[in-house]
Design a protein around this ligand. Structure first.
Ligand code: GDP
Ligand code: IMO
Ligand code: MG
Length: 432
């Protein structure tokens, strides 16, 4: 039987999931994305080059690895083609990629509506990526959505398109957006269908067949658990569940396949877009981290908000995803800071709590309580063994383990594939 590893974001996204997935992908039969869409921006660096992926799984750099865009995703086929073309232009020409017939399909009205909702929300805006993710998931659950498999059935596609436009055009008119033309969309999507048709399959079937084999299967989360539609900082969230709990539904497999979960944990915190962020820094330490960590969004180019590591968040997200090991990333960015802070609890209305409260109003009142840790001066980007880390860097990681109760299984000290080392037997088996 195959072994599975889920790679999930444990904060507000951009923890380095792309890098970690790529690191394990060369030893995997398959890499599966199970939620989200091209709102994700996953960076992978090796051989002196850096690549950015939005909806294609981060195993695409290994021609022997099958990459699957699962049914839980919202797939923009126009953007998939653009991504494939960009990869080819960068010299990555073998694309072992399949897309689920059941995946929700992003249509042109979704991004138009995403932009209009944000504009009309005024100060209450969410700060979305405007890729149409929310409106596409909303249509899926309203049962007026279209699916990637519809591309294979032109007559059915046309019927669904007209049904959807009968609902969407009046809405767009009301919001002052131009109405959309069925013929134009039909022609554009049928051309896309021609290019993608061989990749569109029943991916649940494909994954389940591979689960019966002997290899490793990776599930690559997008976003982070604090952006979860159910358990995140609603409404300042995305419209899916990045948790390991959504793998079975989003990939079409049974829940008992999920055993090992690597929670990707940036050594500090970042957040793009609006919403509460208890440990946010508004000083030169935060500015320094932003510059050293190149904390600017891969999708939108927006500067990321930066803060101290929040272990209330880490404890909470490890509980939600069943995280078995932390994959700590960007530890190198903390070099040179005299005193580091780790949030271990919040003070809320005079009480100490160890878990983020469940309402946004209460979370906004939370004051982080910190443990202070001495920093280290050394450049650690060339370190490849836990023992070679400066003592204070090791103490920092040990403090994270102590507060969260989850062992560190991997440490990343730079963007490159090589700047990575494993520190636990659970994760070692996925690297060979
Ligand atoms: P993802 O969305 O979780 O895949 O993360 P992003 O790719 O959006 O953001 C992570 C950024 O940090 C990217 O620019 C990576 O190349 C970079 N990165 C990943 N791991 C490390 C690390 O250990 N050190 C440094 N300095 N950069 C890293
Ligand atoms: P990766 O996979 C960071 C944020 C947006 C916004 C909110 C809703 O690269 O970690 P959406 O377009 O999803 O409706 O936007 O979620 N967001 C992300 N932030 N990393 C991401 O993905 C994100 N995907 C969405 O900034 O606040
Ligand atoms: Mg990202």
């Amino acid at each position: 039987m195959s072994t599975t590893l889920v790679v999930v974001g444990s904060q507000w996204g951009d923890e380095g999931k792309g890098k970690i997935t790529d690191y394990f992908a060369s030893h995997a039969d398959m890499v599966v994305r199970y939620q989200g869409g091209n709102n994700a921006g996953h960076s992978v660096a090796f051989g002196g080059k850096k690549y950015s992926l939005q909806s294609i799984p981060s195993g695409i750099f290994n021609p022997q690895t099958i990459n699957v865009m699962g049914n839980g995703m919202v797939v923009n086929p126009v953007s998939v083609i653009a991504e494939l073309r960009k990869l080819s232009d960068q010299g990555i020409t073998e694309h072992n990629l399949y897309i689920s017939t059941r995946a929700a399909m992003v249509m042109p009205w979704h991004s138009a509506l995403d932009g209009a909702y944000e504009a009309n929300l005024g100060k209450a805006l969410i700060g979305t990526t405007k890729k149409g993710i929310g409106p596409c998931y909303a249509d899926k659950y309203s049962r007026i959505g279209m699916r990637i498999g519809d591309l294979l059935e032109p007559e059915y596609f046309r019927m669904r398109l007209e049904a959807a436009l009968a609902v969407k055009n009046p809405e767009m008119k009301m919001l002052g957006l131009p109405e959309m033309d069925a013929d134009e969309i039909y022609n554009q999507y049928m051309e896309i269908a021609e290019q993608l048709k061989d990749r569109i399959v029943d991916t649940s079937d494909l994954i389940n067949k591979h689960l019966q084999g002997e290899g490793n299967i990776l599930f690559e989360g997008a976003q982070g658990m604090m952006l979860c539609i159910d358990h995140g900082t609603y409404p300042y969230v995305t419209s899916s569940t990045p948790s390991a709990a959504s793998v079975p539904v989003g990939a079409g497999i049974a829940p008992q396949w999920i055993k090992t979960v690597a929670g990707v944990l940036k050594a500090y915190c970042t957040r793009v877009g609006e919403g509460p962020f208890p440990t946010e820094l508004h000083d030169e330490i935060g500015d320094g981290i932003r510059e050293r960590g190149h904390e600017y969004g891969t999708v939108t180019g927006r500067p990321r908000r930066v803060g101290w590591l929040d272990c209330c968040v880490a404890k909470y997200t490890s509980r939600l995803s069943g995280i078995t090991n932390w994959a700590v990333t960007l530890l190198d960015v903390l070099s040179g800071i005299d005193t580091l802070r780790i949030c271990y609890a919040y003070e809320l209305d005079g009480k100490v709590i160890e878990c983020p409260p469940s309402t946004i109003a209460a979370l906004e009142r939370c004051k982080p309580l910190y443990v202070e840790m001495p920093g280290w001066k050394e450049d650690i980007t060339a370190v490849r063994k836990y023992e070679d880390l400066p003592e204070n860097a090791r103490k920092y990681l040990e403090k994270v383990e102590e507060i969260t109760g989850v062992p560190v299984g991997l440490v990343s000290v730079g963007p490159d594939r090589e700047q990575t080392f494993i520190t636990s037997p659970e994760l070692k088996k996925f690297a060979k």
